[in-house]
Design a binder for this molecule. Structure first.
Ligand code: ZN
Length: 305
């Protein structure tokens, strides 16, 4: 009886001691764990949000940048609680990201081909259907022409008229022998040259359709009485050519195919062929002392139309 009583007392003691060791855990540790998890859970979306923004920070000035900034601003206006769709703000941001990417517009037709800086050469072609906007008569803008009607884009024609008047005032004769040529017209010109000189020779002095700057409506060929109104290298040795070399950039024109640059441009020296790229661009090209080919390659506006 005494033994059994002793055993019961010991069991009772064990039972009463156990809760005493468990209570500190229940009273202090569990609330600390709950509080810790609550704080972690509240901080996590903020940390994740910053991480997503940091990773996808838009590059300045890009189209993607515009959309990225727009959607970030939109996401910032989105309340950081669960939305009516049942999505957290992180999930909403992710969906906005996907939407922004899928809605990125492809450049509208003629967008880059109309750019004054678009690169057109052996590798960068214009499609058969491309026609430049605002073609006007160069003669009506004060530039003398040799042959039939010559057309250029309005801005180019206006500057050409000013340049022709300035040349005339300086005692130089410059006449326009060729200006805008459509894809089809270029095809006729090229085929005729191939029939005379063979394709290999023709490619050094003329472009197959789609590869000519004349299709842009900003390129012009000059001639004058000193070379019998022909398009000929002899034009490069006239005082009119020297005047153009010096003053054309003031009116936004650049010599497309300079001497000793055949390997770079793919064309022999064409002292008669100038392209309008705008006054500011022509001046910066001149200041940098580089060719039009180098300048346009550096700017990187490729024909997408
Ligand atoms: Zn030309």
């Amino acid at each position: 009886m005494g033994n059994r009583g002793e055993k019961a007392r010991t069991n009772l003691l064990r039972w009463t001691r156990r809760p005493r060791r468990t209570w500190p855990f229940l009273v202090f540790i569990v609330p600390v764990l709950i509080l810790g998890y609550t704080l972690y859970d509240a901080a996590r979306p903020v940390a994740l949000g910053s991480l997503i923004e940091a990773r996808e920070r838009p590059s300045a000035g890009s189209v993607a940048g515009y959309y990225s900034s727009a959607k970030t601003a939109e996401a910032a206006r989105t309340p950081s609680v669960e939305t009516s769709t049942g999505l957290s703000d992180i999930e909403v941001r992710r969906k906005l990201d996907i939407l922004a990417r899928t809605r990125l517009p492809s450049p509208p037709p003629s967008d880059t081909c109309d750019d004054l800086m678009v690169l057109v050469d052996r590798e960068h072609h214009l499609p058969p259907g491309y026609e430049p906007p605002n073609l006007v008569s160069v003669e009506a803008h004060g530039a003398p022409v040799y042959g039939g009607e010559m057309m250029l884009r309005r801005g180019a024609a206006e500057q050409l008229g000013r340049m022709a008047r300035a040349a005339s005032a300086a005692g130089e004769e410059i006449m326009v022998s060729s200006a805008y040529r459509s894809y089809a017209h270029q095809g006729v010109v090229f085929t005729r040259l191939v029939s005379i000189y063979g394709e290999e020779q023709a490619r050094w002095t003329s472009a197959p359709p789609g590869q000519s700057q004349h299709q842009l409506g900003t390129a012009v060929d000059f001639t004058n009485s000193a070379v019998g109104y022909k398009i000929h290298k002899a034009f490069g040795h006239t005082t009119a050519s020297a005047w153009l070399m010096e003053h054309a950039p003031e009116y936004g024109f650049a010599l497309s195919y300079p001497n000793y640059k055949e390997a770079e441009t793919g064309y022999r020296w064409e002292p008669w062929h100038y392209r309008y790229i705008g006054v500011e661009n022509a001046r910066s090209l001149e200041e940098d002392g580089i060719t039009l080919q180098e300048f346009l390659t550096r700017e990187g506006v490729e024909p997408r139309c």
